[in-house]
Design a protein around this ligand. Structure first.
Ligand code: SER
Length: 460
């Protein structure tokens, strides 16, 4: 069986042999792009090349890119733990052409790698194309019968980085894991038996702020393959969490908690272990690249992720910090590929532990209060959601998650009104200060969590 390390290597080698330059992953914390908080795709670091505002001294590139998808246009947070193939942090294997090759090579090489090098069963592969892309459709006919080429619309087959930026029609490869290979109707149906493994984007446009599409001066290729997904496929397991990428972490959690893990069920312990294993990767990689949990922006996204993980850990009996104890095992399995997590292991552990400690101080009481609220009102009002946020440090999405699990409503609109009112109170308190005084010292009580950060902004 191929190890994940070998799979990553083989991807890079394959494209290197096709004259691609192997480049480093960009840091996962987006520095210098106001439209992004975290890197959400391999192409982010090449955005300037696509837009024609930057150049490289190579026209073909290949890499594995660290990605975080926790907010904004590409946000997979809510699926994590409950399904087998979405993550907040993942690696995206990608190959690029900057004004060099286009659809023909992108399609043929993806086929060659999957079926020629990795020997995947061609009968399990489906391709999708953008509904009007006859060119890509015809190219796939050289490899696939028409029953396994599908047309989809913008939602599935037109890829955009964010609200603005490079974009274009795309062609995806899906892998059919149904026993009798009849998964055609499950393509793009959010079903774990047929999952997308690779996306080939044919970059052609720039989406402008007014929504218009502007043609790029030349065409490019941007592909992205889910590393954990292809590893699951090549290792013959149904869940990404059963690969050697996640198993060391899951086993450690199982050992520490004394509970057993099942990949087949969504019992409380197994969901919690998946969430913890996923979230600790986001925390470790983001902190290694310079973000720290806090009240605004990227920091608040990390805080939400940590608190979500912490609450799941509490569900399986951890009442003291535990995420910090998982960093070592992550470093052991990935520290050679991404040395930054090894170099900063102790910093990551210290920051995660301090965050866990501070949240655990209020978590227990917050959970008790939620129970009281549910018992008294059968729902969580906006005022109560705000109280949980302001007094117990519960990000709104944590409250919403608990409410969902309990099958009750939480008033998001009411919560937002309270947030807004608090923001205005704090603004007018600042305005009341005499000119020249230090507003930070004299302002009335500072909100525990800043509103601007409560939801990530237009980020991937
Ligand atoms: N940018 C595309 C994606 O993220 C392909 O790399 O899916």
């Amino acid at each position: 069986m191929l190890t994940s390390r070998e799979i990553r290597r083989q991807f890079l080698d394959f494209f290197e042999q096709k004259q691609h330059r192997i480049v480093e992953s960009a840091p996962v914390v987006a520095h210098g792009d106001p439209t992004l908080m975290f890197i959400n795709a391999g192409m982010n670091q090449f955005k300037d090349v696509f837009l024609g505002t930057g150049t490289r001294d190579y026209s073909r590139a290949v890499d594995t890119q660290k990605c975080i998808r926790v907010s904004g246009k590409h946000n997979d947070l809510e699926e994590v733990g409950y399904d087998t193939y979405h993550h907040t942090f993942f690696e995206m294997l990608g190959n690029w052409s900057f004004g060099d090759y286009y659809k023909r090579e992108a399609i043929d090489w993806s086929w060659e790698l999957l079926t020629g090098v990795w020997k995947l069963d061609p009968e399990r592969i489906h391709a999708t194309v953008y509904r009007t892309d006859d060119e890509a459709y015809d190219m796939w006919k050289d490899h696939l019968p028409e029953s396994r080429i599908h047309r989809f619309d913008e939602k599935d087959n037109f890829w955009e980085m964010g609200a603005t930026g490079p974009c274009g029609p795309c062609s995806e490869l899906h892998y059919d894991r149904t026993p009798d290979k009849n998964g055609a109707s499950l393509v793009n149906a959010d079903d774990p038996r047929v999952i997308e493994i690779w996306n080939l984007v044919f970059m052609q446009y720039n989406r402008l702020e007014n929504g218009d599409l502007q043609s790029l001066s030349t065409t490019h290729v941007d592909t992205g393959m889910g590393f954990e997904r292809i590893t699951a496929v090549l290792q013959g397991v149904n869940s990404n969490y059963d690969t050697d990428v996640f198993q060391p972490i899951i086993s450690r959690i199982a050992k520490l908690s004394g509970k057993s893990y099942s990949s087949e069920t969504n019992d409380e312990a197994s969901v919690a272990m998946r969430v913890m294993a996923d979230h600790v990767r986001t925390l470790a990689f983001a902190i290694a690249d310079g973000a720290i949990p806090g009240n605004t922006g990227q920091g608040y996204v990390l805080r939400r992720v940590l608190r979500r993980a912490s609450r799941y850990a509490r569900n399986i009996g951890f009442t003291t910090p535990v995420l910090c104890d998982l960093v070592a095992i992550l470093v052991e399995s990935m520290g050679d590929v991404f040395p930054e997590i090894a170099e900063q292991q102790h910093t990551i552990e210290r920051i995660v532990k301090a965050e866990e400690e501070s949240f655990l101080l209020t978590l227990e009481n917050g959970l008790k209060r939620i129970e009281e609220m549910i018992e008294a009102e059968g729902q969580i009002s906006g005022a109560n959601a705000f109280l949980l946020y302001d007094t117990f440090g519960f990000p709104f999405d944590l409250t919403a998650l608990i409410a969902r699990e309990r099958g009750i409503e939480v008033d998001e609109e009411g919560f937002n009104e309270h947030m807004q009112a608090q923001k205005e109170r704090s603004r007018s308190a600042q305005k009341d200060q005499l000119p020249g005084t230090n507003r930070n010292l004299h302002a009335s009580r500072t909100p525990r969590n800043s509103d601007s950060a409560y939801r990530g902004t237009g980020d991937g």
